[in-house]
Ligand binder design. Structure first.
Ligand SMILES: [Fe+2]
Length: 269
């Protein structure tokens, strides 16, 4: 199991399970808000996250890990990360995080690690490798993979050629036909895809950021966008628009043969 004292450095492989299929719960864009800050478009993000957590505790207790794919908090303060940690503390499943455009990677790292949550860049689970990428650009909402992050991805994929790979990131690497949202996508997708195309063991990419469900198959790689645990955005909207869909999370079952069973679960009050 995950040891919170494990170093969270790039390239560190954290082993969470030696074999069998792997069940992951992806929760994303929790946007936790400080007690004294205004709500996110009038939405209480702690209430919705706690509903999602209750659902996971009741229905997904057999999960091997939880992946938080960015925008953990709305404004990057230490108290927001502590508040998120407290919300997560009722779960007895290892939690791993990567940053989004609302996060401050340094504060995230400091507080989430201090509270026992993992930031391991590479997770080994059964026949699978899960690679966590950082697409944050300081002060900007768009995403970009730095040269070192691209190099890290390529060397990690090359050194685990016989392992199925799932790549997690915050920003969407392909357009979702929503111009305002596509204006803050990953900007160097071409470089990312050219690395992925060199290998045949990448099975899927999962991300958050778009606050809506999305799926596409590209060269046998599944591209999966996941709705938020708070408010959702209207698909195919030209401008910012809130949808009426409830909070959600994604279940991923990674099978030993490389296939993936996945579904988005919407959590009703
Ligand atoms: Fe977000």
């Amino acid at each position: 199991m995950f040891d919170s004292k494990e170093k969270n450095e790039k390239g560190t492989v954290v082993l969470i399970k030696p074999g069998g299929s792997i069940k992951i719960i992806q929760i994303t864009d929790t946007h936790i808000i400080d007690d004294d800050a205004p709500l996110f478009s009038g939405f209480d993000t702690s209430v919705s996250l706690l509903q999602v957590i209750d659902n996971i505790r009741e229905n997904e207790s057999d999960a091997d890990l939880i992946l938080l794919t960015g925008d953990l908090i709305h404004e990057a303060t230490k108290t927001s990360y502590h508040k998120l940690s407290e919300h997560l503390s009722t779960l007895s499943i290892p939690v791993f995080c990567l940053p989004g455009n609302h996060d401050d990677p340094e504060i995230l790292n400091e507080i989430m690690t201090m509270n026992g949550y993992g930031l391991g860049k590479v997770i080994k689970a059964g026949q699978w490798l899960i690679i966590l990428l950082d697409t944050c650009v300081k002060g900007e909402h768009r995403g970009e993979l730095s040269n070192s992050e691209l190099e890290f991805l390529e060397t990690t994929l090359a050194s685990h050629a016989n392992t199925h790979c799932l790549i997690a990131l915050h920003h969407h690497p392909v357009p979702i036909n929503s111009p305002w949202m596509d204006a803050m996508s990953l900007t160097n997708t071409k470089e990312l895809l050219s690395i992925i195309d060199k290998f045949d063991h990448v099975r899927a990419l999962v991300w958050g950021h778009i606050h809506q469900e999305f799926e596409l198959l590209r060269n046998n790689v599944r591209l999966l966008g996941t709705p938020s645990t708070c408010l959702q955005f209207k698909p195919e909207s030209d401008v910012y628009a809130v949808d009426d869909k409830p909070p959600a999370y994604r279940k991923l079952e990674l099978l030993e043969d490389g296939n993936i069973k996945t579904e988005v679960v919407y959590v009703l009050e």
